[in-house]
Design a protein around this ligand. Structure first.
Ligand code: BGC
Length: 800
């Protein structure tokens, strides 16, 4: 049970914002940071509430230029709940003496608990136990429960409960020069002596949100008679409930909140629904009991048991927990992707990047329904991507690097370097490789589910549109009889143009080119798989003819891959001309050189000049594809590329990467697992603690890094347990590192639930249930047919 809990035994104001992000409660629809209920936004407290897909655009003047950003709106704070003894001070841990403090995130039940004993200046000692949830079962409901005990005094108490729509977006200091007001108040009113209602609207996107709150006080089963006074101002409404408390008696304060928005389905109007819900929901324990049931179901599908050194089990669960907070069964039917920083903070403005590439492998094998919904987010934005392609002079569909509400490019045009205070042109939008990531995700979903219906209808249309885009983006170079992709940026965001060049982007980023070649190869394969009727429709609708298919085939074998020397891939064309970076000098000069881009810009220099990468770029290929797949891909491109070459590339780029993105650690841990187990483990451990300990020094308070979190789970499932989703079978090729003694997990492979238990001696596989009575499972090199209910044990010494 302890491995399901994140516990803090002290009140540490300076760590508060980090804890808020880590203790965020969300249900895939709404997310609220683990801020204290009793105080507003201040130096130590940032109550943020976010809605999946809840964006608003706003313009700001920066140095005489107007820029527009689409922000992840901080919606009204539903938390406010405070108390004071009569004539005393409203609760604020900074102002009271704290005698005891404990905060626990219970991940098993999705409940955030706080317990504290405080003393005011008159010596009055009070104990408060707070529990909070955002219902996983009833996605519109949230609830707070306080047990409040005056320990050495009796007297009048006031409870203040409020809904606060005066909030702004203020979670990320770097954005503070940008417009941060996104809400207009619509109305607020008292529903009755214990219930209030607030309605707001986002300024530009006109999303309305209604929140209704019912606050009641009980002593045991009996409700306590209270006085009630409601007051309000624009965007804010509060109720103060008064009663007389007796020493040693525990009073229960319950705040039940219902949240609806104009984006919801099957509603009449948000306020009407919210008012209805707080009437019907019952008391806290009823809401809690339903919420717990939903969590039981989630863990039943999603838990990964991992026994080993340190806190690996707890941290793995923390990562599972936050993925399920952001993308849960409640996400189904919501028009949203997975924001890179979850529903946990405002960094990257809730935008959807390529990070889903790292997140879907976990979801695919447990909740394919969720992945399907998230892939539909892209399908619904296909027209916008088509428009972007056309505007750029291309065919097909060109998805944006950063996507928000309607799928247009939301990357910022300039960004602030907090180190220098300079606003810098941002060229990262040139990461067209996001298109291949979307295609890759479709294929992986198909492999895991065999969902032909999805592939034929939605998947193929997106996939083929992306192939059309790459075919029009690629240009033929007669000199070397190769196709090229120019003017792009690869995954490594430190290189966005050539040194001293005015032009944006780079030519022939190897990762981008190889991925595009893969897209063509798979597109042709997909055309063989999907229904003929649909194929004919798509040919006509997307204007695909034999000539086009010929072009795909040609480019897929003649795409240019730059090399520095035999077998050593060049990150992009011209990389060899860059200077080596003086790593040692900078490691000595600065405590942390992960964000080299900011350090160098502050020194009037640029990472564009150096062979220094923010994150894995070329090496991404060895994460996405197996050794065999790499060999085949390169063979088709006319290059011999085997294990020796893979190792050569790893060794070269390993020395030249600063890990300025948390995603990088994950990829390195993965690719090193075969060649440098120790280093691989170090990267895995770093990844596990990267949010928990905020290793980047201040980024986690702005939202967790979901890609890295999911990456750590993917390492357990695909690397250590050795799972590979194949077309012919689910392959298991265990590689349990010595630091781990056991892994257990349930996964869903093509509608078959399979239980896997692995320790250093033995692999046990149980085929629990499925739509068909048998399933093929490959262990090491051999495929076994499992019958329904069958359990088999494999002694690793015998089979390896
Ligand atoms: C990384 C990108 C990533 C983004 C969002 C950036 O720091 O360089 O690869 O997509 O963060 O997580």
């Amino acid at each position: 049970m302890e491995a399901f809990k994140i516990k803090y035994n002290d009140w540490n104001p300076d760590e508060q914002k980090l804890r808020e992000a880590l203790c965020t409660l969300a249900n895939g629809y709404i997310g609220t940071r683990g801020a204290a209920e009793e105080v507003d936004r201040n130096k130590y407290n940032y109550p943020g509430t976010y809605l999946a897909g809840g964006y608003n655009r706003a313009k700001t003047e920066i140095s005489g230029k107007t820029i527009e950003n689409e922000d992840f709106v901080n919606f009204p704070n539903w938390l406010p709940l405070s108390f004071r003894p009569v004539e005393g001070q409203w609760l604020d841990l900074v102002k009271y003496q704290i005698l005891e403090y404990e905060q626990t995130l219970n991940m098993k039940t999705g409940v955030l608990e706080r317990m504290f004993v405080i003393k005011d200046t008159k010596g009055r000692q009070t104990k408060i136990k707070s529990r909070r949830l955002l219902s996983m079962m009833d996605k519109h409901l949230a609830a707070i429960h306080w047990s409040i005990t005056p320990q050495n005094w009796s007297g009048d108490i006031e409870i203040r409960t409020a809904l606060d729509g005066t909030v702004i977006n203020d979670n990320v200091e770097r954005y503070s020069d940008l417009e941060s007001h996104h809400l207009d108040p619509l109305y607020n009113r008292e529903i009755n002596e214990n219930s209030i209602l607030l309605k707001v609207q986002t300024k530009q996107s006109k999303i309305t949100m209604s929140q209704a709150a019912r606050t009641q006080i009980f002593s045991g089963k009996n409700s306590v008679e209270t006085t009630s006074k409601t007051s309000k101002k624009d965007g804010y409404i509060e109720q103060i409930l008064g009663f007389t408390a007796r020493e040693g008696v525990t009073y229960e304060v319950e705040k039940i909140v219902a949240i609806y928005t104009s984006r919801d389905r099957s509603i009449s109007e948000p306020s009407l629904e919210a008012c209805k819900d707080i009437k019907r929901s019952g008391r806290f324990h009823a809401v809690l009991s339903r919420h717990k049931k939903a969590f039981q179901h989630l863990w039943n599908r999603a838990d990964i048991g991992v026994i080993g050194c340190g806190e690996v089990q707890k941290l793995a669960r923390l990562h599972i927990f936050h993925i399920l907070q952001t993308a849960s069964l409640n996400t189904i039917g919501v028009d949203t992707g997975v924001p890179a920083r979850g529903l946990h903070g405002e960094a990257y403005r809730g935008h959807i990047f390529w990070d889903e590439l790292y997140i879907f492998p976990f979801l695919n094998l447990r909740f394919p329904e969720i992945t399907r919904n998230l892939l539909l987010y892209r399908y619904y934005r296909l027209d916008e991507a088509r428009y972007a392609a056309k505007e750029g002079g291309y065919k097909g569909a060109m998805y944006p690097w950063q996507s928000g509400s309607n799928g247009k490019e939301e990357s910022q045009t300039i960004h602030l370097n907090p180190k220098s205070g300079n606003w810098i042109q941002d060229n990262t939008y040139l990461q067209k490789h996001v298109n291949s990531a979307i295609a890759y995700n479709i294929w992986q979903y198909f492999l895991a589910t065999n969902d032909r219906q999805f592939l034929s209808f939605y998947g193929a249309e997106i996939f083929l549109s992306i192939a059309l885009f790459w075919a029009s983006k690629a240009t033929y170079n007669k000199k070397n009889d190769r196709y090229e992709i120019n003017g792009v940026v690869g995954p490594d965001e430190y290189h966005t143009s050539y040194p001293d060049s005015e032009e944006r982007g780079l030519n022939n980023n190897a990762y981008t080119n190889v991925m595009a070649a893969w897209v063509f190869q798979k597109a042709i394969e997909i055309l063989e798989i999907i229904e003929n009727t649909r194929k004919r429709e798509l040919y006509k609708e997307l204007k695909i003819d034999d000539k086009q298919l010929e072009r795909w085939k040609k480019i897929s074998t003649k795409m240019y891959v730059p090399f520095l020397e035999d077998g050593l891939i060049s990150q992009f064309e011209g990389y060899e001309k860059l200077k080596e970076f003086p790593w040692e000098e900078y490691k000595e000069k600065y405590d942390n050189i992960q964000r080299l881009d900011r350090i160098l810009e502050n020194e009037g220099d640029s990472p564009n000049k150096y062979k220094a990468s923010k994150q894995a770029d070329v090496l991404m290929l060895f994460y996405l594809f197996s050794k065999e797949e790499i060999k085949n891909l390169f063979e088709k491109l006319g290059h011999r590329f085997g294990e020796e070459e893979i190792i050569k590339n790893i060794n070269y780029y390993k020395k030249r990467t600063s890990h300025g993105s948390t995603l990088s650690r994950f990829v390195f841990s993965w690719i090193l697992s075969k060649y440098d187990k120790e280093d691989s483990w170090v990267n895995f451990e770093t990844l596990l603690i990267s949010d928990f300990e905020d290793i980047q020094g201040g980024t986690t308070p702005e939202g967790v890094h979901l890609g890295a979190m999911a990456g750590s789970l993917d390492l357990i499932q695909r690397n250590f347990a050795g799972l590979e989703v194949g077309e012919d079978a689910l392959w298991i090729n265990p590689k349990l590192p010595p630091n781990l003694s056991k892994i257990t997990m349930r996964i869903k492979y093509r509608q078959h639930w399979i239980l896997i238990a692995l320790n250093q001696e033995k692999l046990t596989i149980s085929f629990e249930e499925g739509w068909s009575n048998k399933v093929n499972i490959g262990v090491i090199n051999e495929i076994y047919e499992f019958k329904h209910g069958e359990v088999r044990e494999f002694y690793l010494e015998e089979i390896s």
